[in-house]
Design a protein around this ligand. Structure first.
Ligand SMILES: C[S@@+](CC[C@H](N)C(=O)[O-])C[C@H]1O[C@@H](n2cnc3c(N)ncnc32)[C@H](O)[C@@H]1O
Length: 263
């Protein structure tokens, strides 16, 4: 029997709203161009993955229909498991992995990430080679639930060298306790000594796709760092930026954080 103490008890009613999460509208709205936020994200990933030990097993949790987080990770890791609960988002993602011409076009992101990695403008062959590398690295596209006792069914805690997640735990509930519990579950998927890479909204009570509002927890970077510490992680990189369009999308800024699981 479930008690109020189980992670399942935190399941927010707003999560039902992801049934009508439109992954194509989402990528069109947030990744249709590389503005200040996306540029800062790509810059962070180029830095955060630079000294990740190669041959790592990586989990990208709550990836939605996006691959921008994998561009600078792909050369460093041996395999990537992509976890996402929305079947529509997994289908959009799978179209890109299959190089389906109807998939969202991430070429500009790949090109920009490559130039941030080594300061040189890549040619189309280099961009194509990185896309091919990402596709080769993806080992599986699977379902997940941040609020389940086992966020990835059948996957034991400590299974990954790298656990990464962007705009997920902060962006799927408005309950702080649920967010903190989910962070413990997520970071627990990294082995002790493994790396945790997070991007989070700051100061958000909601965020939008078109006119549709989704729930969020209004976080500060310090609070994320202390929750990570409480989850047995030591933070070694924190960057914050302001929202490029003010509060239009419901958030005040973003935090990009890298940590290592120590216990
Ligand atoms: C704001 S989007 C972020 C997508 C992507 N990570 C990105 O950086 O653009 C939030 C994602 O969380 C997923 N999500 C919703 N409920 C979830 C849950 N309970 N566990 C894990 N992910 C969830 C949504 O389907 C959606 O893809």
């Amino acid at each position: 029997m479930e008690t109020m103490e189980t992670p399942q008890a935190h399941r927010a009613p707003e999560l039902a709203s992801f049934v009508d999460f439109d992954p194509r509208a989402y990528v069109d709205e947030y990744y249709g161009s590389i503005g200040e936020e996306n540029d800062a994200l790509l810059r962070f990933f180029a830095q955060a993955y630079r000294d990740v030990p190669t041959r790592a097993r990586m989990l990208e949790f709550g990836c939605g229909p996006t691959i921008y987080q994998l561009i600078s990770a792909a050369p460093r890791v041996a395999s990537i498991d992509l976890a996402e609960p929305s079947a529509a988002a997994r289908a959009e993602l799978s179209r890109w992995i299959a190089a389906d011409p109807s998939a969202f076009d991430w070429t500009a992101f790949v090109s920009r990430a490559l130039s941030l990695e080594d300061g040189r403008l890549p040619d189309p062959v280099q961009v194509g080679a990185r896309c091919a590398l990402i596709r080769r690295r993806v080992r599986s596209v699977i379902a997940c639930d941040a609020f389940a006792p086992h966020p990835l069914e059948g996957v034991a805690p400590g299974s990954y060298d790298v656990v990464a997640s962007s705009f997920v735990l902060d962006s799927v509930t408005d309950q702080r306790t649920a967010w903190r519990d989910a962070l413990v579950g997520l970071t627990g998927l990294a082995r002790v000594g493994g790396v945790v890479i997070l991007a989070s909204l700051l100061g958000a009570e909601w965020w939008t796709v078109g006119a549709r509002r989704f729930p969020a927890v209004a976080l500060e970077a310090d609070e994320i760092v202390s929750a990570l510490n409480g989850a047995g992680c030591t933070v070694d990189l924190v960057q914050t930026i302001g929202a490029e369009e003010g509060l239009t999308h419901g958030y005040r800024g973003m935090a990009f954080i890298r940590a290592r699981r120590t216990t």
